[in-house]
Design a protein around this ligand. Structure first.
Ligand code: NAD
Length: 251
């Protein structure tokens, strides 16, 4: 089950798991979620299920996990990917946005983890992968809620790794820099208009100013790392926060 998998990075991850033959629990708020999930099932010949439960509500998260397990069987691999962002300085940061970001980017991952961990322990196998961010490792101004939530998610990952260690369960966080998603492409176009630059200049001089390798991460590259983390080769990789950030956090 991959939260937020009907868009952007989550969709890239879901497609990699489907390609590898996994049954995939799709989830997200996109109105065409059913179509995305059904099309992936047909394209890759794997069972899929789609849920649009809102991660802001605990009851809704419980239904998401229950419905996915009823339709696809026990969740062996959980990817907490759904996330939201808001950018403002701290004294002007809308309290509602703070609460929502902490709920979706951190608390929802606690609930999904809490709900699948018992079953994974009984089966003596499980993989939990949390999509954090380079902002789970370091800060940027104006992103107080996001940076706090993603640092929290890295902390939750470490505790999950310790508690799962005797049961064949691993937990890891992936910390990407900017990823090439439709959302980011739109930001580039907007910034190019604003700064009177070409899109290439915006990528190098504005968006990726802190990143030594001036390229966006590809969603499918994050998906490929997830496939490795889910594999038996990664049985001893646990409690880590793996950066895929073009060297951003090496500075
Ligand atoms: P996106 O906006 O394309 O996708 C987010 C997904 O989360 C969507 O499917 C959306 O429906 C779902 N979602 C959001 N709020 C929800 C809610 N209340 N209930 C249920 N579902 C909800 O974003 P993305 O760029 O693909 O980001 C995915 C993850 O990767 C996020 O956690 C984000 O913080 C992280 N990340 C993104 C980047 C980047 O550059 N795009 C970089 C580092 C980390």
């Amino acid at each position: 089950m991959i939260t937020g998998s009907t868009s952007g990075i989550g969709l890239g991850i879901a497609r990699e798991f489907a390609t590898a033959g996994y049954a995939v629990g799709f989830h997200g708020l996109e109105p065409d979620g059913v179509e995305i999930s059904t099309a992936a099932g047909l394209e890759f010949g794997v069972p899929t299920f789609f849920s649009n439960r809102n991660l802001l509500s605990m009851e809704s998260i419980e239904k998401l996990v229950r419905d996915t397990e009823m339709n696809l069987g026990p969740i062996d691999v959980l990817v907490n990917n759904a996330g939201i962002q808001h950018v403002a300085n701290i004294e002007d940061f809308p309290v509602e946005n703070w609460n929502n970001i902490i709920s979706v980017d951190l608390t929802a991952a606690f609930h999904t983890t809490r709900l699948v961990l018992g079953g994974m322990k009984k089966r003596n196998w499980g993989r939990i992968i949390n999509i954090a961010s380079v902002h789970g490792l370091l800060a940027s101004e104006f992103k107080s809620a996001y940076v706090s939530a993603k640092h929290g998610l890295v902390g939750l990952t470490k505790v999950t790794a310790l508690e799962g260690a005797s049961y064949g369960i691993t937990a890891n966080a992936i910390c990407p820099g900017y990823v090439d998603t439709p959302l980011v492409r739109k930001q580039i176009a907007d910034q190019a208009r604003l700064h009177h630059m070409t899109q290439e200049e915006v990528i190098e001089k504005v968006m990726l100013i802190k990143q030594p390798i001036k390229k966006f991460v590809k969603p499918e590259s994050i998906g490929a790392l997830c496939i490795f983390l889910a594999s038996d080769h990664a049985e001893l990789v646990t409690g880590t926060a793996i950066a895929m950030d073009g060297g951003w956090n090496a500075q």
